[in-house]
Design a protein around this ligand. Structure first.
Ligand SMILES: [Zn+2]
Length: 80
């Protein structure tokens, strides 16, 4: 079990957000459905997000592993 460095919540997973625009312009052109990527849209920062506070906690997988594994090798606060 890991711990979120931002809110302190115990977490066993993180959410990974890709640096991909999530909005597409949808039109029907000549009877065909058409999705158009809006290149001007500001990219959402990619990285690993805490499932509790939804803060960006890190960007590298290495750091994400460290966050999730950190607590498993050390005694937990309530067990001391
Ligand atoms: Zn958090």
């Amino acid at each position: 079990m890991g711990r979120c460095p931002k809110c302190g919540a115990e977490i066993d997973h993180l959410w990974f957000k890709e640096n991909r625009a999530s909005w597409y312009l949808f039109r029907v052109i000549d009877g065909e459905s058409n999705y158009e990527y809006d290149e001007d849209e500001e990219a959402v920062p990619y990285g690993f997000y805490c499932p509790n506070c939804w803060e960006l906690v890190c960007e590298d997988e290495e750091d994400a592993v460290e966050i999730l594994e950190r607590e498993s090798n050390s005694p937990r606060a309530w067990e001391i």
